[in-house]
Design a protein. Sequence first.
Length: 73
Amino acid sequence: MVFKSLIIENILADCHCTVPDWSDRPVKEGDTISIKITYDNHTLGLFEQTASVYIKGTKQVPLLIMRGTVVED
């Protein structure tokens, strides 16, 4: 399937502690966008959170994976 532009309809995180933020503008070929994902940590140590990206016109759902380590300040 060829798209003239790509539109992100929704991004759903796997828990309430992970909040995605993105632009609703269409992405044309050659364009780049940023998807910001904020993780509100409650415990120290390693974490892994995921977010599913729903794109208009396709049943494919890319998965974003965020991994990191929460340390004390």
